[in-house]
Design a protein around this ligand. Structure first.
Ligand code: C5P
Length: 236
């Protein structure tokens, strides 16, 4: 069974906060935003430090967990890894669509109605030149579409892409859960190459915007949170 499209209901903005930092500082974000945010994204930085206890700690705060370990391995390894993550109670889990049909199908088999696997298409930090260096000679948008189609046809509930591909993916896959990193409120010069504002991203059809350094590195975080929530008002 393929889980239905994720709908984030008020009072939460359709936002997940990426905790790409050690637990002593990540915990401050959990304390600040608990009750105000749908969930937190745990990636390899935090998971390497705390393991599954970090999932439990965040769930105890009342927030949901998006486990972003981007599994990409043989089908059996990925299936058992997803099964384990599902048993911890996480709401979203990432795999790489590049893992191929058998791997995606194995991951998809572990989904539950409120526990979705989402497949990363092309990382937001990559551009056309990066793809060329990796031997992908077609255009980036075509590569995102191919990987997205492969994932959806394998039973995966959702897709991760840059904001630039959201409108096209929404049109092609109306029932898919679309998760979108690469959000910037002001033009930036960091490692992310395919970025866009949060309101444009949600209007294009994203279900969940991933907010990371744009919030966690802000000099005045409360002001930045206010900017984020006011630009998402009425969109959940
Ligand atoms: O701080 P920033 O907004 O760049 O954070 C984006 C987050 O989304 C990071 O945790 C990164 O690992 C994750 N991500 C991404 N691109 C993808 C999938 C996940 O940037 N395609």
């Amino acid at each position: 069974m393929i889980p239905k499209r994720l709908r984030i209901l008020p009072p939460y903005p359709p936002v997940v906060v990426a905790l790409d930092e050690p637990w002593n500082s990540a915990k401050i974000w959990v304390d600040r935003l608990k009750g105000r945010v749908w969930g937190f994204k745990v990636g390899s930085i935090l998971f390497a430090e705390r393991g599954p206890t970090v999932v439990e700690e965040i769930l105890n705060s009342g927030a949901r967990v998006f486990l972003d370990l981007k599994y990409h391995d043989i089908p059996n390894t990925v299936q058992l890894s997803v099964r384990r993550a599902v048993s911890w109670g996480v709401s979203l889990i990432t795999v790489h669509a590049w893992g191929g049909h058998a791997m995606l199908k194995a991951a998809a088999a572990e989904q539950k109605p409120d526990q979705r696997v989402v497949a990363v298409t092309v990382l937001t930090s990559l551009d056309q030149e990066d793809l060329k260096q990796a031997g992908v000679l077609g255009d980036l948008e075509g590569q995102v579409q191919r990987l997205a189609t492969l994932a959806i046809n394998s039973g995966i509930a959702g897709l991760v892409s840059s904001p630039h591909e959201v409108a096209d993916l929404r049109e092609r896959f109306p029932e898919a859960t679309l998760v979108t990193p690469g959000i910037r409120l002001d033009p930036g010069t960091d490692d992310q190459k395919r970025t866009l504002g949060i309101d444009e991203t949600l209007r294009a059809g994203s279900d969940l915007a991933v907010v990371g350094r744009v919030l966690t590195m802000a000099t005045d975080w409360e002001k930045q949170w206010e900017r984020i929530t006011s630009s998402t008002a009425g969109m959940s």
